[in-house]
Each structure stands twice: as C-alpha cells, then as structure tokens.
Write a protein that binds this ligand. Sequence first.
Ligand code: BLA
Length: 761
Amino acid sequence: MNIKDIVNRDIVNLTNCESEPIHIPGSIQPHGFLLGIKKGESRIEFCSANSADFIAITPEQILGKHIRDIFSDEQASAFAHYVGKDVIDSAQPFVFSLNGTSFNTTVHQVGGNVIMELEPFPDGTLHLPNLYNQTRNFVSILERSSGLSHLCQEIADETRVITGYDRVMIYRFDEEYNGEVIAESKRDDLISFANQKYPHTDIPVQARELYIRNPLRMIADISYTPVPLLTIDDSSDKSNHSLDLSHSILRSVSPIHVEYLKNMGVGATLTISLLQNQKLWGLIACHHYSPKILPHYTRLSALLQGNFLTSQIAVREVAEEFNLGEEVDKALVESLTALHETENFMEACHQSPSLLKLANATGAAIFYSGTIYTNGNVPDEQALLKLFAFLADAYPNKAFATDQLINMYPDARDISKYAAGIIYHSMVSGQDGILWMRQEKIETINWAGNPDKAVVKNEDGVRLSPRKSFELWMEIVKNKSLAWRKSEVNAASSFSYALQKHINYQIIRTQEDKNRALNEKLRLANKELANLNWISTHDLKEPLRKIQIFASKVLDREDPDLSMQVKDSVERMRLAAEKMQLLIEDILTYSKAGSMEQVFAMTDLNEVLRNALAELQDDIDEKRAIIRTEDLPALEIIPFQMHQLFINLIGNALKFVKHGEQPQVSITVSMVDGANIPQANAPSGWQYHAIAFLDNGIGFEKEYEHRIFDIFQRLNPAHKYPGTGIGLAICKKIMENHQGFIGATSVPDEGSVFTIYFPLN
Ligand code: BLA
C-alpha cells in the first residue's frame, strides 16, 4: 500500500495572501492527531503523520484499517452510535482511550468525511469548567459595567482569569475591517497594545470568512512544525485529495500569520470571533508568550465569554447611540437658544462650544453675506473661501455629509488636518452655507499604543510587524475622518434650517425697521399737511375773503375819483384772490381724498353721474354740450369721492374745448383683464370694470399721458384754460382709494379718453 500526503505547497507571500486557501492546508498542529473516515464507514482514510507520538501506531499501520482494529470493538461501536446521531454535540466530545491515555476527540463532518481530532487531556483528567461561577460573574459584570467599552474591559479581564493567557485583547473592526484594540487585559510587565490600529489586510478576507463559520481557533505553539495529513495513494483514484479543515481545531495556520506573530514575540494564541448580524464585529484575541494548550472545556468557557459579549453588543451600542443622541440633542438645544437669544449670532458663534458638540465636530464655519465666521479648528480663511465657493457651485441648495471630502474635492488634501470629513448645508443666497468639519482620523490617534514597541526585533528585515501594519493603516485612512453618526447629521440639519429661518427673519426685520422709519416720516409729513390745511382754512381763507369783499365794495361804489387804472388793479386783485381761494379749496379736497375715513357703499354709478351732471347743468347748457352714456354698473364705492371724480372728468371735457366747437362726451362701459390696463401693473387674470370718458376737446401730446395726473401739472396757459392743476391728481388719488386705476390717451386737436378701472372683486 502506497501512502501520500495532501499538504498544500503553494508558496504564500505578502502579495497573494488574500488567495491563500487557509482552510485546506493539508497539515495540522502537533498538539493532537487527526483521523478521518468516510461517512457511514469505519475504514480510516486520513491519518496525520504524528499518530505514533500519541498512540505508538504509525500511519502506515492505521490507514486502511477499521476503527475497531485500532481501538476496541466496544469503543468502535460507541463511536458509531455517537456519529450516527443527527447532530454531533461538539460540547460533549467523544473520548477514545488507548493504553491508559484518554483522548478528547472533537468530531465533525465535512464533505462526506468524518474527522476526529484527538488531543490528550493535558493533565490526564477531564476538567469541567465551572459554568455556574462563570455565568454568575458575567451577570455581575453586566450589572456594574456602564458602557460598551467598560463591558469589553470586564470581559477581557474575566477571560484572562479563565484562560490564563498573558494578554487578552478585544479587537474591533470598522466598516472596512480595519481594526483597533478597544480593551486589553495583560500581564503587568508587558507593554500595552491598547488603542493600536491595524489595516484590514492584517486579517485577509478569507480568514475573516472562515472565522464567521468557525468562531474559535488556537495556535498552541508558534514555533511548531506542521504535521502533514496522509492518505492512501490509490492510483485508480485520480481525484485530487484535500481535506477541508474549516471546522478543525488542529488546523495548521497560515505561515504568513505565523511570521507576524513570531515578529511580535508571541508564543501561542487563542482567537474567538465576535459576531453581530452574521458579520464579524470583532475578536477576542489572546496572546501567550510561551506555548500554551488550552484544554477543550476551557476553550468552551472562552467561547462562552465571546457569546456573553456578543449578546450585549447590540444592546450597548443602541444605548450608546441613544446617549450620544441625547448629548447631541442637548448641544442642539443650547445652540438654538444661543442663535435666538444672541444679538448678533454670527459674530458670537465662535464662542459657542455647543455648535461643535451638536455634531461632535472639530471645527465649524458659516459663510454669510461675504463674511466667514468660524468656531474651533478650521483651515485658513483663503482655504475656507475656496471650499465654500466650490460647494456652492457643485452642491447648490443641497446638504450632505461625508467622511472623505477628498472624494469630491481634490484640494481637501491640503486641509485634511481640519476638514477630512464635513457636513455641509447650503443656504438660500449665493455662496452662503454652513460647514461642520472633522479632522483626519490620524489626528485622533492615542499615541499610548505605539506600534513600534509591539515588535520583538525591529530591524529593517522585519517585513510583517505591527509597525508596518500601522504605517499601512495610516495610508488606508489617510484623508478620512471618523464617520458621521445619524444623530449628528440630523442635529446639524436641524440647526442649519433654524439658521436659515433666523437669517430670513433677520432680513424681514431689517425691512420692517426700514418700513417703520418710512411710516414715521409719512406720519410726520401728513401731520404737517394737516397743519397746512388748518392754516389754509383759517389763516389763508379768511384774509382772502376780506380782500374779495373790500375789492367788491370798492368796485361797487362807482367812485368817480377812482381812475380806470386803479379800478382795473382792484379788479385784478379780486380775481387773484378768487383764484387763490379756488386753489386752497382744491388742495383741501386733494388732501381729504387721501384721508382714511372713507366709507364704501354699494352705489349705482348712474345715480352718481346724474348728480354730477345736475351740478354741471349751467355749464352744459351754456356750451350746449352733448353727454351720452351707456348704462353704468353699481359698485362698492366712496360715493362723495366718485361724485367729485365725475365732476372733474366731465368738467375738464367741458373746459378744454376747441374754439367754437360744441363739446361732446361719451361714457362707455366694458370689462378688461388686468394685463390689458396700460402702465398700471395690474395683476393678470383679474377682471376690471373700465369706464371711459371720450371727448372731442383739444387733447394733449402723448408725452403727457402720465404726467397729466401729477399735482400742479398744467398743460395749457392759465389765461386760456383756468384751473389749479390739481383736479386730475385728485382723480388719481380717488381711484387709488378704490384699488383701481386711471389712465388717459389723446390725439391733440381731436380729443381725449380718460378711463377709470375698478376691480371686479
Ligand atoms: C490571521 N491576523 C490573523 C488573526 C489575527 C491577526 C488576530 C486571526 C488568527 C489568530 O491569531 O487566531 C492579526 N493579531 C492580529 C493583529 C493583532 C493580533 C493585528 O494579535 C494585534 C494585536 N497578516 C498580515 C498580513 C497578511 C496576514 C500582511 O499581517 C497577509 C498579507 C495574513 N493573518 C493573515 C492570515 C491569517 C491571519 C492568512 C489567517 C491565519 C489562519 O487562520 O490560518
């Protein structure tokens, strides 16, 4: 019978270690031996080369034999019963005995094979762990540990007590499987690895996958010589034998990893997987500085420690996230209070620590109206201006958070010390925005864990060492900040919205202040005007009346001593006084047209027109004027003002007539859309009643279409067409009081059209 080994002799180096098939090394560690049979049979197909070291029987003597030939009939049938069960309970190993030595036999099935790993009980006795004590201790740890990191510390301490390793570390992965030692329990004389950081490449992906399937592995002696697995060389069987040792406890480990541990001066290890949601969350990593074989039942205790810890991770993480959320909320409330209570928040924002705390940022900056306001550690102003300009351009009206600004902004390289990661919120106008910044991860390193010290011989020849790992880790996390948590991102957006609102409010308030000042001016002006009215009525009208009376008396006397010249002067004085009185009365009407006490009433405009025409009757008769009108609507108006307006418009038509011509006025009614009212800025879609007054008078040049409604605007010489120049200004004011408009068009020497517009609603 020929025998061959199934050792995998692929050369592994630093560049191909991700593809090393670590689950089929074809060899085991020498602190036990391995036998393999085909499922349902008892003929031994696999045997490790070291069988004679334990049972004084060589692989040549074992391979091809049946179990009963090596052990007794009795043990063989008990074993057949043990493996015949649906589930093999790894916690209750089978025990083979030979020549007075008992072997803890870990049994599992893989790929149609049944694998037996036989380890002698170290002191010859079968030690059961004190699970009751262990559990009780764990419960008291649970009660006294406050947060996750405290709990990890307790678990590390307790695991070291149970297992006796020199160093027990809790090693935690980030999202990319870079690792960090977050808790450590160690012999006092050893230097600490606490807070040391390692790149994901230190535990390649296939190793991490294997550790999900098999949560515990042990390297009993780093300086071991791997023991080949042997099988019968059956030349008729051309299949390439290999044995999947994924679930094996004796599996020989990767030479690369062994080299790493040797460089660290480690003698033996035990590693337990910590899983969360079927993913590797971390490891309990134990180091011993001399060889160490942990017996089966103590291994189970260590595994239980891992289970204890994983049962708590999610709970504690949620609690920690909750606490952090509360802290963040508190800082948010403080910041919002400062925002609303500080006279000038922007100027004062650099003094507000809560602005940073609400996002656990290391720096913050607000760009507002061309000025940058900062808080904490931030890049210089020039760099910030450039960043704000870039963000406003690339992300207008947007908000985002990133832990790698460099991915979107290559210049981030220069400011990673301050802003490797940012939360950005743009604000409404221009480049305005707010930024929270986080420094590069490397800046956050706690140098207590100096990786240089973790190496035995730190010569240049050392190709695998924590120092090299650390350098690689630094490379991997370069220009990256810690990731932003959801609560921090949320708090930042709440604050940004509040800030935007605050700014809007500020703008409105400034506008309001301006309006208030204007209103005050207006009030004063009105007051002055009212005074003027009063003066007009009392101080001006009275002397004027006296002048008129005296003038009339002088003229009536028919005094022969009075020369014609004097009489003429007195007559002119009387006319001037009369004009003056008219002017005062018009000014009074104009100022009253703007006063607030206007009472609207639903009024038939035909009625208003009738009254106005009655008042103008003498004039109409004298000039033999013809007035035509369509039926006018009834509207909600201020009746006396509308009366005044009709008088003014028709009065003008009677006044500005061509020499010798009979005045004609037509009043027409229509509906127009706001958009079609010239020069009025009326809303489109709104309907207006348009009442037009067409005359055949002297008209005016187009350039006066607007100016004609200005006060004291006179287009014609006073001696030809007397008037004060206020009448149309009064009309305009009256239409404004009615939320309406007035407009005029004309062709000189042909006539004019004055149109008034009333909103339908
Ligand atoms: C495995 N590497 C591991 C394991 C750990 C580490 C914990 C699990 C195996 C074990 O020991 O049980 C890494 N161990 C550490 C680190 C610390 C520690 C960082 O104690 C720090 C205190 N390793 C490398 C590089 C490669 C590599 C560069 O550093 C490859 C290029 C490979 N590591 C590697 C392989 C395994 C491994 C292949 C799997 C070992 C196995 O299970 O066969």
